[in-house]
Write a protein that binds this ligand. Structure first.
Ligand code: FE2
Length: 396
């Protein structure tokens, strides 16, 4: 995110004395990726940011996965995972249920009305896509307001918490990377500015407001981090509240981007999924399909051609509108489809012919393509529609 921002009170020169009105020094912290060799920000704390008084194990939510074997396409009905009576008992961090995952990326889902504890993911960046509802995301950089259709991108090791707001629960689809998530390199100039042909740009990104000033002592933060067997958790207790930053600046910070600000790229004939890409991570990409004018060649077929994603598993999260190509499959709002490498997939029977002459698709979906096979998490297994794999064969 080579897009500089500055908030609150920072000194004119980095790494120099910065004092409050009583001449007390602030404590400078650098948050930087790839050691000291990539994007970073400098934050100025009232208290020493490393002052912890306790460290205990934290049992992270279920992370075991089951291979997609024997191989088949899957349909997972995420809305079945959280009945209404659970909404107050969960939160947007500890309540997540793992749907799919591999060593590069994990996809989980949560529906909640509860406030999360303070949390920091030290294993990678997270994108939290808000399917519905709204929340304030309080972070060490400041607060972000998130609403339906927002991607909230939280860099590795950003201390934050999720506070649902409004009358309806927060429904969140979480893409958790091992490593960093960023806009595709091909959208950026060699110096990092969004190019003219990118489907979104800096003006569409919303950064945090002014830094938060919170008081308190002995404050717990849940930290997900690398450890024995892959990923583990620790509950750290800080001497003082970690939200004590008076100012920060740099190119590394959480931000929000609304899927409704993505400008779709369309053509006379069917455009391949890379035109819908929005983010990239290590060994995976994120694309979104938004309401758009469809293919306008006089002989075009607007739904996709059948395709074998030879090198990837394809996961679609259906989060709005009416998805034309999947009609007749049982897929609806809140569904996830998994079309793995190893077999072709495409429109459900009848959709191909039915789409001819269509001018507009009112559909909204978030797609994650992974370059290594995905396995099913406990949440995915708990909401599977077992008949989906056979819906192309017209044998119902
Ligand atoms: Fe596909």
């Amino acid at each position: 995110m080579a897009h500089y921002r500055r908030a609150g009170d920072v000194p004119p020169k980095r790494h120099t004395q910065h004092r409050d009105g009583a001449e007390r020094l602030y404590f400078e912290e650098l948050m930087g990726e790839e050691g000291f060799s990539s994007d970073s920000s400098l934050l100025y704390h009232r208290e020493i940011p490393s002052a912890i008084v306790d460290s205990r194990p934290w049992e992270i939510p279920e992370a075991v996965t089951t291979p997609n074997h024997p191989l088949k396409p899957r349909h997972l009905k995420l809305h079945e995972l959280f009945p209404k009576e659970t909404w107050d008992e969960t939160d947007a961090v500890t309540g997540r249920r793992l749907v799919l995952g591999n060593a590069d990326v994990r996809l989980s889902y949560v529906v909640t009305s509860g406030d999360s504890p303070l949390y920091r993911n030290a294993t990678g960046d997270e994108i939290v896509y808000v399917e519905s509802g709204a929340a304030t995301v309080e972070t060490v950089f400041g607060a972000l307001e998130a609403k339906e259709g927002d991607y909230v991108v939280v860099p590795t090791s950003t201390t934050h918490r999720w506070l649902p707001t409004g009358g309806e629960p927060l429904r969140a689809y979480v893409v958790e990377a091992t490593g960093h998530i960023a806009p595709p390199k091909r959208y950026l100039s060699r110096f990092g500015q969004f190019l003219e042909n990118a489907p979104y740009c800096e003006r569409d990104l919303r950064g945090p407001g002014n830094p938060l000033q919170m008081e308190g002592s002995d404050v717990d933060v849940l930290v997900k981090h690398r450890g024995p067997g892959g990923v583990t958790g620790t509950r750290l207790t800080y001497a003082r509240h970690p939200f004590d930053v008076v100012g920060w600046d740099g190119c590394l910070y959480p931000y929000a981007f609304s899927v409704h600000d993505f400008e779709p790229i369309t053509g006379r004939v069917h455009q391949p999924p890379p035109v819908h890409q929005v983010f990239e991570g290590h060994n995976f990409v994120v694309c979104n399909f938004v309401p758009r004018k469809v293919d306008y060649h006089p002989l075009s077929i607007p739904v996709p051609y059948y395709h074998s994603n030879v090198d990837s598993d394809e996961v679609m999260f259906y989060c709005g509108g009416d998805y034309e190509a999947r009609k007749g499959s049982g897929i609806g709002q809140g569904s996830v489809s998994v079309h793995p490498g190893g077999l072709a997939h495409g429109p459900q029977p009848g959709a191909y012919e039915r789409s001819i002459g269509a001018e507009f698709f009112d559909e909204l979906a978030v797609m994650v393509d992974t370059f290594r096979p995905l396995e099913l998490g406990e949440g995915g297994l708990a909401c599977e529609d077992p008949g989906y794999a056979w819906t192309w064969a017209r044998r119902s």
